[in-house]
Design a binder for this molecule. Structure first.
Ligand code: GDP
Ligand code: MG
Length: 442
């Protein structure tokens, strides 16, 4: 989502690096471009103005002007200020008390219910006992939506009773959660398209009845400039302790992420990066800044891999690789593990310079990886166990049968087998190279 901002900033830096020495006017020019880039990314104008002023003050110091790597120094200053703008350190929910109360609020469609489910899933995975309270009582569909998410996450769920008011429901859910010794209770509330007095009144009543330590605004990053206004208003009316920023996977320009924390003083706790329940990430100001400046976010990438990939399964595949017995069964496992990492184009964003890959190339990668995964999986699943173990027996008539069984073309089956052979050969070559290196090292 920071593609445009990222590439504009990198262009500015590239120019700066070209100078052996920087003059005040070089810096002025560069900062003007930084400000333009921020505004184009929908960063609130006051935030952009203050940001540039702070950077400028630091850049005009002696250390930068007389440095032998002035460009590098400026980048460092921009990076540090960007981290500060995003909230400096990672902040977590207030986890004191039992059960820990979290009230979710926000405009209609911002992602409250989805994020409630995501939080439940996350804490449940940590072995916590979670209760969800469906406080969006006006729309029956909203209660059902949360019920389904609670079921999927395997957590407890409290539905409204007929004619029950929101604060009464909140209180009842809380006393039940306390009674059963739950660790967390999350209140999913209703939203409107705009913040009106009735909604504010209801949210305040619920807040006073349930007294959650966390009052969290769920904010759709795609609403751009408007997000600052929304966050300010909710904060003034209800009092927020933190933010969840959703739809960071979309083509929003990222201004919200860069503005809301500095305007409200509330930390961004989590980010929604897709519709799936696992598309949810803690917010790390430093990593986000690196991503924006095109330095990549390797730490998050590695963490994601660790969470999604079944280490034992991969170790087994590696063991078989060593013995040269790699077969299509292993190939399928590898493909499935890759798929768990999510769309390849999202991973690309975390690599240095990844945000600069042109959109059409990303789209191609997205289409190709999704379709190829699905096809490859279907093809291997249509093989008999013996065929998977001994791909060399797959002759023309077997290929036709497999293609038919998997709903693909014979050319797809050929392609997959070729890819498998290629992967096998490559690993053998790598192994040989490794052995040579080891011998060389002795
Ligand atoms: P609520 O009205 O605030 O409860 O919003 P919902 O949780 O019902 O979400 C509204 C829509 O936004 C649904 O279609 C969700 O799937 C979608 N959504 C929520 N979070 C994200 C996200 O992080 N990324 C994307 N792409 N969609 C999201
Ligand atoms: Mg909802």
């Amino acid at each position: 989502m920071f593609d445009k901002l990222s590439s504009s900033l990198q262009k500015v830096f590239k120019n700066l690096r070209g100078y052996g020495k920087l003059s005040e006017s070089n810096i002025q020019d560069a900062l003007r471009e930084v400000r333009m880039a921020l505004l184009e990314a929908d960063v609130h104008f006051q935030v952009a103005k203050d940001f540039v002023a702070r950077v400028k003050e630091k850049c005009l110091g002696k250390e930068v002007l007389e440095s032998i790597t002035p460009g590098q120094q400026v980048i460092k200053i921009v990076n540090d200020e960007l981290v500060a703008l995003l909230g400096s350190n990672r902040k977590d929910f207030d986890l004191s008390g039992r059960p820990v109360g979290i009230m979710m609020l926000g405009l209609h469609g911002s992602g409250k219910t989805t994020s409630t489910g995501k939080l439940a899933r996350r804490w449940k995975k940590d072995g916590k006992h979670v209760v969800l309270a469906a406080c969006d009582i006006r729309r029956p569909a909203a209660v059902d939506q949360l019920r389904i998410l609670a079921g999927q996450a395997g957590v407890d769920f409290v539905a409204p009773e007929p004619n029950e008011s929101v604060p009464a429901l909140g209180k009842r859910a809380l006393s039940w959660a306390s009674h059963i010794g739950a660790d967390f209770i999350i209140y999913d509330t209703g939203g409107r398209f705009q913040l009106d007095t009735e909604l504010v009144g209801e949210l305040k009543e619920l807040r006073d009845a349930a007294r959650p330590r966390n009052v969290v605004l769920v904010l759709d990053a795609a609403i751009g400039q408007e997000s600052v206004h929304v966050a300010e208003t909710f904060h003034k009316e209800v009092g927020l302790t933190g933010l969840i920023l959703t739809k960071l996977d979309g083509d929003a320009r990222g201004g919200a992420a860069l503005s809301v924390q500095s305007v409200t003083g509330c930390p961004i706790l989590m980010t929604g990066v897709g519709e799936r329940q696992e598309d949810f990430e803690p917010f790390y100001p430093e990593r986000m800044a690196s991503r924006i400046l095109g330095m990549g976010d390797i730490v998050s990438l590695v963490e994601k891999a660790q969470q999604s990939i079944d280490i034992e399964e991969m170790a087994r595949v590696e063991e078989r690789l060593k013995k040269d017995t790699l077969d299509l069964e292993d190939f399928l496992i590898q493909l499935q593990q890759m798929k768990k990492l999510g769309p390849l184009e999202n991973l690309l964003e975390m690599l240095p310079g990844g945000a600069n890959v042109p959109a059409h190339a990303k789209a191609q990668l997205a289409g190709a990886s999704g379709d190829t995964f699905k096809k490859s999986e279907a093809i291997i699943q249509s093989m008999t166990p013996r065929e998977r173990r001994r791909p060399d027996i797959i002759d023309a008539s077997r290929r036709r049968r497999i293609a038919q069984g998997s709903g693909t073309a014979v050319s797809d089956v050929n392609e997959l087998l070729k890819n498998f052979e290629r992967a096998k050969k490559m690993t053998q070559q790598l192994k040989k190279a490794q052995k040579r290196l080891l011998r060389f090292g002795k």
